[in-house]
Ligand binder design. Structure first.
Ligand code: SAH
Ligand code: SF4
Ligand code: F3S
Length: 440
């Protein structure tokens, strides 16, 4: 028997890439590869890349540079680039980096085994098509290995929204939803393998419209309610949502579906209507705040998370102030904020840019406010009881760590708990990035 070949995958970007990396590793498992956590002894290195901001894309080229020595020492080493940079710059990568053997886009990685076969004779392979066939339908069934308690499950891909700053509609293509029965089968299989929490993923996950077993068009809310019937599945989350796709039933589900966790990532990007319009977001600050009010009416303890861009072209100090005002009004339990980064081919790239030092200043001010809010909400958990899904040992000896329903990291010391256990915990202290507590 020949020794298995080793595969090193490095994943950048969003959770959808994390999921895709798992699926690619499984697809290559069928070709005799097992995963390794270092590039040094790998027979194949695969970078699953992100193109969302300039720095993310640059990282790929500098990472490839680091593999030159490895490739020189081991000419059989295969180097592949997958993900959104592969999609956006496939031909450019092949031209600029002679050591790259294969380039595969996010919608065609089910063809990885064929592409790999092509490279065996020394040829280079590029596939950045958006094929008609469903890649998930063409991937091998997922192996039966035991899984960690929390898993991702992609149910929707692509985006038709075309926000003026964003590359996703170009790198991931049009919105597509996976059929309901496929999602249910995959979810049941994950639960059979020890998964207790599933996070449904999509670039616009709440725009999910999958064909149901009854032939009807199922919404995300209907899918969530069906998933909630699976015994052994304790928690359901979904991300990322667009405000305009938050329908009545999904709002209601936050109030009446026990397994749907009280946490929602709902990016708004800016609090200025003028900028929102220029971003092509198709909503206003007021409509966003009204939506949050409805969500909190359904689920008063909902923890809200968001994404923000500062220094979008033409953003003035007054526009930025409107963003700070919106943050004050909305109250975020967590948030991600970024300086606007010009992306080639997107409409905003052509517009008057905000100076870099101004972007930096605004980012610091916004982050200070968001951190303050986040910390206040986290500190307010002290003395409260939460439900923790334990995942893995904490950093301190004897500690176990997990997540609360609000997605706070929670650590408990000296407790007899195992990964996958779901236990009530009384919060006793709040640290910079996590809570600590004791089992009840
Ligand atoms: N589909 C998700 C977001 C995907 S990208 C949604 O619509 O919410 C994740 C985040 O990256 C975005 O919410 C936005 O805040 C940020 N982002 C996207 N393009 C960017 C750019 N050109 N510059 C800076 N941040 C950007
Ligand atoms: Fe990008 Fe906007 Fe689509 Fe989100 S909704 S993926 S930000 S274009
Ligand atoms: Fe990045 Fe592509 Fe995700 S650009 S954020 S990896 S969809």
């Amino acid at each position: 028997m020949t020794a298995p070949k080793k595969l090193f995958i490095k994943t950048y970007g969003c959770q959808m890439n994390v999921y895709d990396s798992e699926r690619m590793a499984e697809a290559l498992g069928g070709e005799g590869y097992v995963e390794t956590d270092t590039p040094d002894d790998a027979d194949m290195i695969l970078l699953n890349t992100c193109h969302i901001r300039e720095k993310a894309a640059e990282k790929v080229y500098s990472e490839l540079g680091r593999y030159k020595g490895l490739k020189a020492a081991k000419p059989d080493l295969k180097i592949g680039v997958a993900g959104c940079v592969a999609q956006a710059e496939g031909a450019e990568i092949v031209r600029r980096q002679p050591m790259v053997d294969l380039v595969v886009g996010p919608q065609s990685y089910h063809r990885l085994p064929d592409l790999l076969a092509k490279t065996q004779g020394g040829a280079r392979a590029l596939d950045t098509e958006f094929p008609d066939e469903d890649k998930f339908g063409h991937l091998k069934a997922r192996p039966k290995a035991r899984r960690a308690p929390s898993a991702f499950l992609t149910v929707q891909e692509g985006c038709d929204k075309f926000c003026a700053f964003c590359v996703v509609p170009y790198t991931r293509g049009a919105e597509v939803s996976r059929p309901v029965d496929r999602v249910l089968t995959e979810a049941r299989d994950l639960v059979d393998r020890g998964v207790r929490e599933i996070t449904l993923l999509g670039q616009n996950v709440n725009a999910y419209h999958g064909i149901g077993p009854d032939g009807a068009d199922w919404s995300l809310a209907r899918l969530v309610r069906e998933l909630a019937k699976i015994d052994g599945l304790a928690r359901i989350r979904f991300t990322t949502s667009h405000p305009n796709d938050m329908d009545d039933d999904l709002i209601a589900a936050h109030g009446d579906c026990d397994k749907l966790m009280p946490y929602l990532h709902l990016p708004v990007q800016s609090g200025s209507d003028r900028i929102l319009k220029r971003m092509n977001r198709q909503h206003t600050a007021e409509s966003y705040l009204a939506l949050i009010e409805r969500l909190r009416a359904a689920r008063p303890d909902l923890h809200l998370s968001g994404d923000f861009i500062v220094g979008f072209p033409e953003e003035t100090e007054a526009d930025f102030q409107a963003t700070l005002d919106l943050v004050e009004a909305a109250e975020y339990g967590s948030a991600f904020s970024f300086k606007y980064s010009t992306r080639p081919g997107t409409p905003a790239a052509e517009r008057a840019q905000v100076p870099e030092d101004e972007k930096t200043d605004r980012l610091h001010r916004l982050q200070a406010l968001l951190t303050r809010q986040q910390r206040a909400l986290q500190d307010a958990m002290v003395g409260r009881d939460v439900q923790v899904l334990f995942e893995k040992p904490g950093r301190m000896p004897g500690q176990m760590g997990g997540k609360s329903e609000y997605l706070h990291a929670v650590h408990v010391a000296g407790a007899d708990v195992a990964p996958g256990d779901l236990r009530r915990v009384r919060i006793t202290a709040s640290g910079p990035n996590s809570l600590t507590g004791t089992l009840l």
